[in-house]
Design a protein around this ligand. Structure first.
Ligand code: CP
Ligand code: NVA
Length: 309
């Protein structure tokens, strides 16, 4: 297996073997729970946007591995007063063992990583949410008792709604692993051309099947229906427009009826009930969605243990 890069900023930072290995590690950690590998190590968490799952699961993962999480409020750091990202990254690298960042601009985490000598992990940007998707893959592997890539490739995964950061990471993951992904939603909220083109180039090498559609019938034969909010953090001004365009794509019982019998519904949360997903479907699928949220803890512990030695 190839050596991991210093940072995890995008799914494209990983290859097939590395992803498979991270999932294997996370499954083992889910059983064992605690380790002391991070004894004496300190991690910084800088979150420009709100977070419940990512902030708490990273902090818990670090604590369960014997380390200390430090939540650094960006409003209270000198970056707020204009200190450069490069100076901040260089200085924090002298104190910390790893840094986890949630930012608006993807370029911010890239710049931070460039000047840091310690691993930087993307905890969501406007462009991607790689840790989310790796945890989601772990959940799918568990739910369908998947033992090989071959079995994984047979599943039809549908991402329904806004082609946001989470969808972008699904696109990247499907391309890298050669999965069967349908991105279903309104035309104006389809994936950006550059991101789709990038995925399709990788998809050629891995035989991934990537289908972008506005046709609700394309939900047929799905094994996984995945959705996320229609209005992501930072896009609040467009909320009304988005609801109008995306309302046909609500994940509800009617949509579920068209999919495979054992289809599972996933949502990265937080959800807006009765907008992108009906309360009824949320309630029926609660266990899957909570298992999905739990797996963030295990996969992120695996990522940290892999990158921070
Ligand atoms: N799914 C997710 O990243 O949730 P939070 O915004 O609560 O971290
Ligand atoms: N797409 C959502 C994901 C939240 C975890 C957002 O960026 O707000």
């Amino acid at each position: 297996m190839k050596k991991f890069k210093k940072d995890l900023l995008s799914i494209y930072d990983l290859d097939m073997q590395q992803i498979w290995s991270l999932i294997g590690k996370a499954v083992k950690l889910k059983k064992s729970g605690y380790t002391d590998k991070f004894k004496g190590k300190v991690f910084g968490l800088i979150f420009e946007k709100p977070s419940t799952r990512t902030m708490v699961s990273f902090s818990t993962a670090i604590a369960q591995a014997g380390g200390t999480p430090l939540v650094l409020d960006p409003q209270k750091l000198q970056t707020k007063r204009g200190e450069s990202v490069s100076d901040t990254a260089k200085v924090l690298s002298r104190y910390l063992d790893g840094i986890i960042i949630r930012a608006f601009k993807h370029e911010y985490v890239e710049e931070f990583a460039k000047y840091s000598t310690i691993p930087v992990i993307n905890a969501l940007t406007d462009a991607e949410h790689p840790c989310q998707i790796l945890g989601d893959l772990m959940t799918i592997i568990e739910k369908f008792n998947i033992k090989s890539f071959k079995e994984l490739k047979k599943l039809k995964i549908a991402f329904v709604g806004d082609a946001n950061n989470v969808a972008n990471s699904w696109l990247a993951l499907s391309a890298v692993l050669g999965l069967n992904l349908t991105l279903l939603g309104a035309k104006q909220y389809a994936p950006k051309k550059d991101l789709l083109d990038k995925a399709l180039i990788t998809a050629k090498k891995t035989n991934a099947v990537i289908n972008v559609s506005t046709d609700l019938d394309d939900i047929k034969n799905s094994d996984v229906i995945y959705t996320d909010v229609w209005t992501s953090m930072g896009a609040e001004k467009e909320e009304k427009k988005r609801i109008k365009a995306l309302s046909p794509y609500q994940v509800n019982i009617n949509m579920l009826k068209k999919a495979n019998k054992n289809c599972i519904v996933m949502h990265c949360l937080p959800a807006v009930r009765d907008e992108e997903i009906s309360t009824e479907v949320m309630d029926i699928q609660e266990t899957n969605i909570l298992d999905q949220a739990e797996n963030r803890l295990h996969i992120q512990k695996a990522i940290l243990l892999e990158l921070v030695k």
